[in-house]
Write a protein that binds this ligand. Structure first.
Ligand code: MCA
Ligand code: AMP
Length: 521
């Protein structure tokens, strides 16, 4: 019955005939959910959405706690032929207003605790109906699901139809909705399942959020497509993860997961029976890779992806997993290195812009044909904004970013978005937002602010001024008020000098800050 829906069929096929097998064990409730039980609920969700007026191609936006119900909603949205639009739970009302206004979803699903705040925003942006999902698997959508019979026939969808839109911030400060097709999502997860050897014997510890590519498409789709099982946790909890390792086989995480787990006594014993540790979303320090190998005897497998492309490269399952590299292009994916100015292909070993082509690449930015044309070439290559090189053995190295981006604990933060807000505050002449090394988060967000002549601006003013507009993870961990920003002869702010000056700020053994701040929080 799933035959006509491209992605839904692929998510379901491994569990057909094995429907009693466990798909998920809920860390919160202790409940074990079978494949048949999960898909019956996803079908109910699809029926609720359709009953609420959702048509094929409509966007279904969700900002809700990580729950089993939210996962059912994801698959239910795909079954209904609609487009899943998950939003980070840390986003503020101001941020939500932009996303809802841009994507114009028919339905919004939110945390019941945010309902009062979001109702007026939903009304202003034309959302037809709001449901809720609460952290304890409650809420109006769950009630509607329970009152609905399973057996929904999936709406036919083809390879090029949209299955999801995920917003990714931009260097201009405006977030862009990456349009992800059934083919893109299905082909990438099928490839990962094969290259990482997932089978029905696997148990994945699922501790990533499900509003981003890593936790939603990599972790969840691979589990479903392999007929594996997962231990489904609402968030990262190092002690709980350690306790689950002896009955699990795989973990997927951002580098912060591995840094924190390394602090735990008992890791070596707990990790002994695991077969795979995957890291991505941010650079894994070679030091973390090496320490992990020493303590556990396992080499972390690092891979490289983007919201726009899903996964592009992976270190090998068999063979040398090299620290500081992101491995080889995945089967069917091409990676080339080009001159960032001219776009001309560079010789092997040279450093340049990484460009990617393959079935995994997105269909463009939602209602932004200009932005799409800037980043997606006519020949199908996507310009990633990451600078890298391919070594003589074929391993891809990411050596820097051509885009002004900070990655904090696996979350992307675009400085421009924050600078625009800070520059608008009273008494501020200009600002520069940078990322500096942080032992736990990889990079931490820092703001360097110049007041207008004669104005008195404090770090507290800045922190308070952006608080209601920015998700907490984007808010600067420190603010410095200085007399001026370093500039080159062209007048461009030299962020590299700022980054060098503040590089030791959060280091474990802190050295003095080279370009001393006038004040800091
Ligand atoms: C939480 N906080 C953060 C972050 N997370 N601050 C900066 N950066 C962060 N990433 C702040 C909160 O606002 C709060 O601040 C305080 O830390 C404690 O919050 P809590 O929620 O308890 O934090 P946590 O549970 O310790 O979370 C840290 C985390 C989490 C586990 C690293 O951020 C996480 O799960 N990150 C994974 C992100 C991810 O899935 N990325 C994949 C994107 P206060 O106390 O001041 O209020 S997909 C992608 O990148 C591509 C496609 C790819 O290749 O995968
Ligand atoms: P996103 O906004 O979530 O799409 O972030 C994608 C970006 O994360 C990429 O363009 C890279 O800059 C970065 N990224 C993802 N995986 C890795 C990795 N393994 N090493 C270094 N950077 C990574």
């Amino acid at each position: 019955m799933y035959d006509d829906s491209y992605l839904a069929k692929r998510l379901r096929v491994a569990s057909l005939g094995a429907g009693h097998a466990e798909f998920l064990r809920n860390h919160q409730t202790g409940e074990s959910v079978s494949y048949d039980g999960f898909f019956a609920n996803a079908e109910r969700m699809a029926a609720v959405l359709t009953g609420a007026g959702v048509q094929p191609g409509d966007r279904v936006a969700v900002q809700a706690p990580k729950t089993q119900a939210m996962l059912e909603l994801y698959v239910g949205t795909v079954l209904a032929g609609a487009v899943f639009l998950p939003l980070n739970t840390a986003y503020t009302g101001a941020e939500l207003r932009y996303f809802l206004g841009d994507a114009t979803p028919r339905i919004l699903i939110c945390d019941p605790r945010k309902l009062d705040d979001l109702e007026p925003i939903a009304q202003d942006t034309g959302v037809a109906r709001i449901f809720t999902i609460g952290a304890d698997e409650s809420g109006s959508l769950v009630q509607a699901r329970n009152a609905t019979a399973p057996g929904f026939a999936p709406v036919p969808r083809g390879a090029d139809d949209l299955a999801a839109i995920l917003y990714t911030s931009g260097t201009t400060g405006r977030s862009k909705g990456a349009m992800l097709t059934h083919r893109g999502l299905a082909s990438n997860s099928e490839t990962l399942k094969d290259v990482w050897r997932f089978t029905s014997d696997d148990v994945l510890i699922h501790a990533l959020p499900i509003f981003h590519t890593h936790g939603l498409f990599v972790a969840t789709n691979v589990t479903l497509m392999a007929g594996s099982s997962c231990i489904f946790m609402a968030g990262f909890d190092a002690d709980a993860i350690l306790s689950y390792m002896p009955r699990s086989t795989a973990l997927m995480g951002v580098p912060t997961f591995y840094v924190r787990l390394l602090d735990k006594p008992g890791l070596a014993d707990a990790a002994r029976g695991m077969r795979l540790f995957v890291s991505g979303s941010a650079p894994l320090l070679a030091e973390t890779h090496d320490r992990w190998s020493k303590v556990t005897g396992h080499a972390i497998l690092e891979r490289y992806g983007m919201t726009e492309t899903n996964m592009n490269t992976s270190n090998p399952y068999d063979g040398d997993r090299r620290a500081g590299t992101v491995g080889f292009p995945l089967p069917g994916v091409e990676v080339i290195v080009t001159n960032p100015e001219t776009g001309a292909a560079l010789a092997q070993g040279e450093i340049g812009m990484l460009e990617v082509r393959g079935p995994n690449v997105f269909a463009g930015y939602w209602q932004m044909p200009g932005k799409t044309a800037e980043e997606l070439r006519d020949n199908g290559f996507f310009i990633t904004g990451d600078l890298g090189q391919i070594d003589e053995d074929g391993y891809v190295h990411i050596v820097g970013r051509g885009k002004d981006l900070i990655i904090s604990g696996g979350y992307n933060v675009y400085p421009k978005e924050i600078e625009i807000l800070i520059d608008d505050l009273p008494g501020v002449a200009e600002s520069a937002v940078i990322g500096v090394p942080h032992p736990d988060l990889g990079e931490a967000v820092l703001a360097v602010v110049v007041p207008e002549p004669g104005a008195v601006v404090t770090p507290e003013d800045i922190a308070a001024g952006v608080a209601s507009d920015l998700a907490r993870f984007k808010q600067p961990k420190k603010v410095f008020v200085v007399g001026e920003l370093p500039r080159n002869t062209m007048g461009k702010v030299q962020k590299n000098l700022l980054r060098d000056g503040y590089a030791a700020l959060f280091s474990r053994r802190r050295r003095s800050v080279a370009t001393g701040p006038d004040h800091c929080t």
